[in-house]
Design a protein around this ligand. Sequence first.
Ligand code: GUN
Ligand code: ZN
Length: 451
Amino acid sequence: MIVGSELHAWRAALLWFPDPAVAELRYCSDGLLVTGRDTHGLVRVVASGEYAQLAPQFTHLPLTWWPGLCIAPGFVDLHVHYPQTDVIASPAEGLLPWLEHYTFPHEKQFAGPEHACEVAGFFLQELLRNGVTTALCFATAHPESVDAFMTAAQARQLRMIVGKVLQDRFSPDGLRDTDTHKSLRQTEALIQRWHGVDRLGYAITPRFAPTSTPEQLQGAGELAAQFPEVWIQSHLAENVDEIRWVHELFPQARSYLDVYDRAGLLRKRAVYAHSIHLDDADRRRMAETGSVAAISPTSNLFLGSGFFDYAAADRAQLRYGLASDVGGGTSFSPFHTMHAAYTVARQNVGRPGLSLAPEHLWWQHTAGAAQALGLPGTVGNLLPGGEADFVVLNPQATPLLARRTAQAETLAEWLFAMIVLGDDRLIAHTVVQGQVALSAAVPEAGPTIGT
Ligand code: GUN
Ligand code: ZN
């Protein structure tokens, strides 16, 4: 498969998952990653492992060497809203007032393609600055907002998935789909235009059950059956007031999840943000249909939504991964999200707190998130055949990080120090398709003293 034109070797410490389905990280202090372009034009990993073992097979290649830094898989954000980049840090008394007072008015601005292009460009740079190379993303109800995002992602050669939001009720003028049939035809046209173009994917995106009529949800389910390779994304069981509202609007449904089930919206490649207030029957139903949860702990803490139940999800074999949920979420940084996930799992909230291992947190934001997306081995890891999107970590990025990571005696301790102390400063470089897409700003040289 790998023909390997444009071969390039990258030398540094290396982190990867030998089995992408298992949350066990392998580390080597002197590693080699070899990348090359395949016959379809995609840059993939050709080899990865110990430098001493691999170097004799790959002599005379152009080499980039980063002593003291560590190559790791690019992060995958399972749920984020690019139009909410400027909604970050808007406090409210819970989800529904937050949507009404900040989010909906803000999203109305995306009717204008210029605004959408400007925000999409900033958003993608911010993802890359934070080491996120793939995301499953909401646009707004305006088809132009999808075009703007796809165009910006394509120009940067990124693997990104996005969808036009479907919302034909309980939404303000300028954001509401005034014609349900038209909103579904717009979705279909966007799928035809963008899904599978370069590394772009489309997601059918009903905002959440309350803001879609049963007809719109049914139509979304029909599109999901017609296009099985396309993703589905929505919100589920995030907040108790939201859930009460769903029960009023859909009295015949057994549960919130059942609303989506009846509409044909549970299947592989269906990603439900939050999935907090579920029962075991819901979790089992998600698992048996192949639907997955996008855990968004900074958002859940900020909006006071609740705590994802890891133990119950594991018992039901429900798959999940981590997500920023910006702008409900408070940070683009996977380190902040992993740290918050750890903190959330620790809480005793009518069930014993758990201590999630750092390898497991890391997996949830890389190989595990890729698996949840139905893209195992494609992104979120560095095994041969995978796409060459990766980050280069600088564990000395701040004085405290340097001090604490230097004292780590195990891999777990070292990873934990980065999860708890890390942010965008840890990302020295982000490499997309074998090209350095972004590097941390090099501090300006200080004043020269003397002659
Ligand atoms: N539920 C419906 N829309 C949204 C949204 O934009 N953010 C969050 N966190 N939950 C939602
Ligand atoms: Zn969301």
